[in-house]
Design a protein around this ligand. Structure first.
Ligand code: HEM
Length: 507
């Protein structure tokens, strides 16, 4: 004991574990956690400090809720924290934990990450999706404006009550489905926000999500996995088979199309992500198997759709409750783009205030509030506390973005704080990490920001928006696993702007 105490003293406290609330046998600290999880963890951090340790059933976790702690984890210890914890329930739905977001750090992750950043989400590819009018996101935003205009024209008084959550989700899933699998034709035929393919895929995800959620308890109490009393595993496997069959059909269709193009010597005008991956498969078939292609496509949908749609929905909620901000963003677009054409992605970099709106919305409501869990692959020290190998790391971006020591009036929606490139009223300690930080940072950030700018800009430019019945939008947060959903789906009243009628009628 004496030896241990002496070595602790000589290490300057670095061997001390982070502070921890009293735990209960077997369940550890699980009883202290309520939904939404980020709020519960912020309350514990206020009581026990910005670096605290928890035991979640059989799993050890450390929760970091300060900018300084997050910086330390993702700079000094970035490699140590670059791997992911294994969640048996999630593994069933993610190709055995082999998707880009879930796989352990190592050569396999590096390969997938390189393909994603160099081939699928590169600046060139994001440009192709957003810049030309035929790009998947640009066409999606235009189609949504056309359909909203029609809905308003058919509504009494010329203003339609629209469920923005569904429309935003469909728009973004439709655009991603087109970018991944080249499904434009089928979407155009249906003139809907999504193609039939996107709808079918969504059905498979909807079937899987609650099952994986229900099986989450396995991750903390492994014994439950072996019992599988309610047959959850069997049901997850059935949903997984349906999803994989669907993804395989998309791959086969692209393969057939590419073969036909090759035979006829036709140049394909726009390559889908699957086509890019199939070209890589030709040169390195042992690496780019159909399963790897499926897992990459699945990563794009699961990591890119709900996140971007949720961020857009929160941004619209904030704008509806702050009509003065909405008017200012609209005036900026009118002054820069005019009212004789639609906004394009090329206009977005010149719309400084609109970008501040997006940033401020991501600060207040980061779509992934605790980032994606990391795990330490080696012992390290965070905030002077010892974190052993194999500890799950949760970084509370939500709490960091609202830290009163770092941000002036942190709960207020004030896009101006980001004007002139800075964060006015924020101290050196302020840190924005809606997309994470370090080597596992989101590779879809630039696609997400372009999409948000283009979609929100189009909605603001073409329509006047109002809350339903003039009541304030309720900003209550729902419980959403890793995500930060609204408690109630956002609905709003949408009326085409008189100045934009000429443009809308031609869509
Ligand atoms: C507003 C929209 C988005 C937000 C807020 C967001 C946020 C995040 C966050 C917080 C992470 C985890 C970072 C970490 O591990 O610490 C992440 C990872 C990831 N994101 Fe995004 N994301 C968005 C959009 C997208 C899009 C559009 C795509 C692709 C189409 C995408 C693909 C991914 C992938 C593949 C990962 C896993 C990266 C890895 O583990 O190496 N995300 N994202």
């Amino acid at each position: 004991l004496l030896r241990r105490r002496r070595s602790k003293a000589s290490s300057g406290g670095k061997n001390r574990p982070p502070p921890s609330p009293p735990a209960i046998p077997v369940i550890g600290h699980l009883h202290l956690l309520q939904k939404p999880l980020h709020a519960s963890l912020a309350r514990l951090a206020a009581r026990h400090g910005p670096v605290l340790s928890l035991r979640l059933g059989s799993r050890a976790a450390v929760v970091v809720s300060s900018a300084a702690g997050a910086r330390e984890c993702f700079t000094e210890h970035d490699v140590a924290f670059a791997t992911r914890p294994r969640f048996p329930a999630l593994e069933l739905a993610t190709f055995g934990g082999a998707t880009l977001s879930t796989c352990p750090y190592g050569p396999y992750w590096r390969d997938l990450r390189r393909v994603a950043t160099v081939h699928l989400l590169s600046a060139r590819r994001v440009g192709l999706m957003t810049l030309p009018a035929s790009g998947a996101v640009a066409a999606g935003a235009r189609g949504a404006a056309r359909r909203l205009h029609r809905a308003a024209a058919a509504a009494p008084g010329g203003a339609a009550r629209v469920e923005l959550k569904r429309r935003l989700f469909d728009l973004i899933l439709g655009a991603l489905m087109e970018a991944v699998a080249g499904t434009r034709t089928s979407r155009d035929e249906a003139d809907a926000d999504t193609s039939p393919e996107a709808r079918e895929f969504k059905e498979t995800l909807d079937a899987m999500a609650p099952l994986v959620g229900a099986a989450n308890t396995w991750d903390y109490f492994p014994v439950l996995r072996w019992l599988d009393v309610f047959g959850v595993k069997r049901k997850i496997m059935a949903a997984v088979r349906r999803r994989d069959a669907f993804l395989q059909r998309l791959i086969d269709a692209e393969r057939r199309r590419m073969d036909e193009d090759e035979c006829s010597g036709r140049e394909s005008e726009k390559e889908s992500m699957i086509a890019v991956l199939l070209s890589l498969q030709k040169s390195e078939p042992e690496i780019y198997t159909d399963t790897v292609i499926m897992s990459l496509c699945s990563s794009m949908f699961s990591a890119g759709t709900e996140t971007t749609a949720t961020a857009a929905e929160w941004a619209m909620s904030l704008l509806l409750n702050h009509p003065e901000v909405l008017k200012r963003a609209q005036a900026e677009i009118d002054a820069s783009v005019g009212t004789s054409r639609l906004l394009s992605a090329a206009d977005v970099p010149g719309l400084g205030y609109l970008q501040c709106v997006v940033t401020e919305a991501l600060r207040l409501y980061p779509a992934v509030p605790l980032l994606v869990p990391h795990e330490s692959a080696a012992d390290c020290a965070v905030g002077g506390h010892h974190v052993p190998r194999g500890t799950m790391l949760l970084v509370n971006a939500y709490a960091i973005h609202r830290d009163p020591a770092a941000w002036a009036d942190p709960a207020a929606f004030r896009p101006e704080r980001f004007e002139a490139g800075g964060a006015a009223g924020a101290t050196e300690a302020a840190l924005m990490i809606p997309f994470g930080m370090g080597r596992r940072k989101c590779p879809g950030e630039s696609l997400a920001l372009r999409t948000l700018g283009l979609v929100l800009g189009t909605l603001i430019h073409c329509f006047d928006w109002d809350t339903v019945g003039g009541a304030e939008v309720d900003m209550a947060e729902g419980a959403g696993g890793l995500m930060l959903p609204r408690a109630a789906p956002l609905e709003a009243m949408c009326r085409p702007r008189r100045a934009m009628l000429g443009v809308l009628q031609k869509l």
